[in-house]
Design a protein around this ligand. Structure first.
Ligand code: UD1
Length: 425
């Protein structure tokens, strides 16, 4: 078991480059199946979810190489179309292989991804999207079996689901004819996927708006692409600086992707500066944060659900109260019990969490219950009095590359202990 020791109360100072975006790289890795030559991805974060996606690609017959932050996927020998139960469950984004497998093989078989730590995560919109493109999707004995070569069509999503939009795009790229996705999600990672596909020769337009048009049936070549910066990792580091105080500069992230998060920190009393691909946050450690009334999560361009937990952790020691309304997922307050162990005063009623700021959090032994909630506990610990011990790091490793190293680069007193091995602080 790995644990992180975090000694709070030391301001964060310095500049770091933000990792590549987890939520971009996962659909892009699945999309590599559509190419007819090697694809080189740069700025690819080293995450356990990326390892799981590479494992699936290898299993399907691709040749895969990972060197530092560069990943090469050669899909030319790919012939598999079934994912095992272990592969499907290792990562919820395994569902992203559905569209590309249908487009390439005309068949796909996956175990049912089921629920996850955020509560039930249905896939009905993914299935209705591929059905709208003329494919058959049956759920049999806990597996999803799909077949048919996709044809162009109109997909009208009942909700702007990020994953269903991406799956629809990937299936439509392989369909003969034009497809239109209505009520598409607008997240920046969908624009990154469009840019990637177009780099390989696809014709996709409209990503970032609610209507995406795909001219399908064009062969996709290999190519080279650089993954965008991770706005959620950036939001977490900004939350850490807001929690501990200090002055951090983040490079390699588009500030416009973070505007709702930056607005919250501005209202909480931080000095925020941004230009192009740099974001800066400054908070005087002697001047506490202020509560910000209400934060309501919403699809992009609203306040991101993935930033809810880290921002809550920072505001747990603000002067005044903040209410959070989580509209995206049922079970996204599992960090609250852990934050309470550190002295936070938070009550939850359904989708509403009320945070009454306390003067300072104190150290505790806490356990990550999910990815963003785990990062939130690190954020809280950096602002707390004393040394906290954070376990459950396998959740954090899904989406953050060496979080302890990044926090240490910013002057945080953080060390990680892997079964019997200790890193220097
Ligand atoms: C993606 C992100 C995740 C983020 C979420 C919302 C990735 C790899 N993950 O997840 O970090 O928190 O967007 O911004 O990109 N829904 C259905 N039926 C479906 C699909 C979704 O009802 O078939 C519902 C979900 O239960 C949820 C809402 O739609 O309530 C939004 O989910 P969705 O946008 O699909 O999230 P993901 O793509 O899974």
């Amino acid at each position: 078991m790995s644990v992180m020791y975090i000694c709070g109360g030391r301001p964060l100072e310095g500049e770091v480059a933000v990792q590549g975006a987890k939520n971009s790289v996962l659909p892009i890795l699945a999309a590599c199946l559509l190419a007819d030559g090697p694809v080189v991805l740069e700025h690819c974060p080293r995450l356990s979810d990326v390892t799981a996606a590479l494992d699936i690609l290898t299993h399907l017959g691709c040749r895969v190489r990972q060197e530092g932050h560069m990943v090469t996927v050669d899909p030319q020998g790919a012939s598999g179309c079934a994912l095992s139960e272990r592969q499907t469950r290792a990562m919820r984004s395994s569902i992203m292989f559905l569209g590309p497998l249908l487009a390439r093989m005309g068949r796909a078989s996956l175990a049912y991804p089921g629920g996850c730590e955020l509560g039930p995560r249905p896939i009905d919109l993914h299935l209705s999207a591929i059905r709208a493109l003329g494919c058959e999707a049956l759920e049999e004995g806990g597996r999803i079996c799909c077949r048919g070569h996709p044809a162009g069509g109109e997909i009208r999503l009942a909700l702007p689901s990020v994953g269903a939009t991406e799956n629809a795009m990937l299936c439509a790229v392989g369909a003969a004819g034009e497809s239109v996705i209505q009520n598409a999600a607008r997240e920046p990672e969908i624009v990154d996927l469009q840019n990637f596909l177009n780099t390989l020769g696809a014709r996709v337009r409209g990503a970032g708006s609610g209507v995406i048009t795909v001219e399908g049936g064009r062969p996709l070549s290999g190519g080279r692409y650089t993954i965008m910066g991770d706005r959620m990792a950036a939001a977490t580091l900004l939350s850490a600086a807001a929690s501990a105080g200090g002055h951090v500069v983040l490079r390699g992230v588009d500030w416009r992707h973070l505007s709702t998060v930056l607005e919250v920190f501005h209202r909480a009393g931080c000095r925020v500066r941004s230009r192009e691909d740099r974001v800066e946050l400054k908070r005087d450690p002697d001047c506490p944060l202020r509560g910000v009334d209400l934060i309501r999560t919403a699809p992009y361009p609203g306040f991101p659900t993935d930033a809810q937990a880290p921002v809550m952790a920072a505001l747990a020691a603000a002067r005044g109260s903040t209410c959070f309304l989580e509209t995206m997922f049922d079970s996204r307050y599992r960090h609250v019990v852990q934050l309470r162990r550190m002295g936070a005063d938070i009550t939850v009623a359904g989708r509403l969490a009320r945070v009454r700021g306390v003067e300072q959090l104190h150290a505790a032994a806490v356990t990550a219950q999910d990815l963003r909630g785990g990062a939130a506990l690190a954020v809280a610990a950096l602002g707390a009095r004393g040394e906290s011990i954070l376990s459950g790091l396998h959740h954090v490793d899904r989406g953050y590359e060496a979080l302890e190293d990044v926090l240490r680069q910013l002057g945080g007193c953080v060390r990680r202990e892997e079964a019997g091995r200790t890193q220097p602080a």
